[in-house]
Structure formats: C-alpha cells, structure tokens
Design a protein around this ligand. Structure first.
Ligand SMILES: *Cc1c(COP(=O)(O)O)cnc(C)c1O
Length: 230
C-alpha cells in the first residue's frame, strides 16, 4: 500500500517536472493509472490518494473491478485501452467512460448504438499505429482524418483525440519522430473538432519525452503499481 502511494507521488512529481522543463501549461497533462492485472484493492489505494482516471486492457477483468469498486470509488473514470472485439462492445458501452482503442468505424458504431441513453456520450480516442508495425492495432496515420470525420457524427460518442503506443525502441530519435508525428495529426484534429482535447501518449518509461512532444494524458502502469506478473 505504502509502495503504491509512494510510486504514485513519484509519477506525479515526474509529470510536474516535465511540465516545468518543457514549458507546458500547468495541469495540461493528466495521469491515467493503468491497473490491468492489478487487484481492486490497489485501485482503491490510489483512489483514496486522489487518483481518478484508471485504464484497463481486458474487458472481463475490468468489469469485475468496476462492479467491485462501484460504491467505494464513485468518481472513477474508466478507460479501455486494450483491443476491443465486436462481441464485447455492449458491456463496454454500458460500463466505461472512455475507449481509447477505437480503430474501425464498426466498433464506434456499435458503441454508439449500445451507449445507454441515461449516460453521457462515450469518450473516444482513435488509436493510431504510429510506428506502422504490421501486427499492431490502430489505423495508419493517413486514415485518421476519415475515421475521425465518421466518428464525429455519432450522437452518443464524443470524439476526444488520439492514442498511440509507439514502438518499443531505445532509439530516442526514432521514438521522438513518432511522437511528433502524432502531435501533428492531433493539432489538425483540434482545428476541426471542438471536442478534441486529448493526446494520449507516454507510458512509464517515456512519459517525459511524451510530455515534451505534447502529450495531454500519460498512461502509467508499472511505475505506479509495480511489475506485472500475469
Ligand atoms: C499496459 C499499458 C500501458 C502502461 O504501460 P507501463 O509501461 O506499465 O506504464 C499503457 N498503455 C497501454 C495501451 C497499455 O497496454
């Protein structure tokens, strides 16, 4: 427990330092705590320290935690950041606040149809395969504009921005080039859509570089909750 709190504060400190170092506006970068494979009790610990946004990758695992924490953590905003299959869209539309991993219209349409009328529109980010790796989820950079236009017209969906998982590489120049390209795609979207305000990039190992390149939401798992064993 102490460890999670200490690590959460360390991550908050890293974010604040990067904001200062790169002359970003205070509060312009939010923290998504990625809790996949971690127990509901770990989420509760972070929640009680003020953390409100949590990211999960696996729908069923997430649903179990969402239901378990419903009463204790009423203010959590749940983000799906893992791949989403058609047969799971209903549960996601009913229980999540955000889906960051949308990479085809069909999924967005199903989420739109299945979003309960008494809930706010579902927030969506388009996932971009910025490194253009063959077996990776996400649309190619040149496909972003068309999907954004289609998604922006769905009434129960709120188009918020872009998400990417850059290549796992030690080559800083290569990684930087990908983050910069994503920022350029994002800037074009913000000119067109007033709802777009979220550039989701940066994880435990590269959050400083992502903030330097314009990230507004870093997704941090290991640095808060420790190594995943699952
Ligand atoms: C697991 C995961 C993260 C968190 O990665 P860490 O390196 O543990 O911080 C962020 N984004 C996505 C999409 C993930 O699947």
């Amino acid at each position: 427990m102490t460890t999670i709190l200490q690590q959460l504060y360390q991550v908050q400190t890293r974010i604040a330092a990067a904001i200062t170092a790169h002359q970003r506006t205070p509060d312009s970068v939010q923290l998504l705590a990625v809790s996949k494979t971690k127990a509901a009790s770990s989420i509760l610990t972070a929640y009680q320290a003020g953390q409100r946004q949590f990211g999960e990758n696996y729908v069923q695992e997430a649903l179990d935690k969402i239901i378990a924490l419903r009463d204790d953590c009423p203010e959590i905003s749940w983000h799906l950041i893992g791949p989403l299959q058609s047969n799971k869209t209903r549960a996601v539309a009913e229980h999540f606040d955000w889906v960051q991993s949308v990479d085809r219209l069909k999924i967005a349409q199903r989420l739109n149809e299945q979003r309960p009328a008494d809930l706010a529109p579902l927030n969506i980010c388009i996932q971009v395969n910025i490194s253009q790796e063959a077996n990776k989820s996400g649309v190619l950079p040149e496909q972003v504009a068309e999907l954004a236009e289609q998604v922006s017209q769905l009434p129960n969906i709120c188009l918020r921005g872009l998400m990417a998982i850059p290549e796992a590489t030690d080559k800083v120049a290569q990684l930087t080039a990908q983050l910069v390209e994503l920022k350029q795609l994002f800037d074009r979207m913000t000119e067109k859509y007033s709802t777009v305000d979220t550039l989701s990039m940066g994880m435990s190992n590269d959050l400083e570089l992502a903030i330097e390149c314009g990230s507004t939401l870093v997704r941090v798992g290991t640095a808060i909750f420790g190594t995943r064993h699952a």
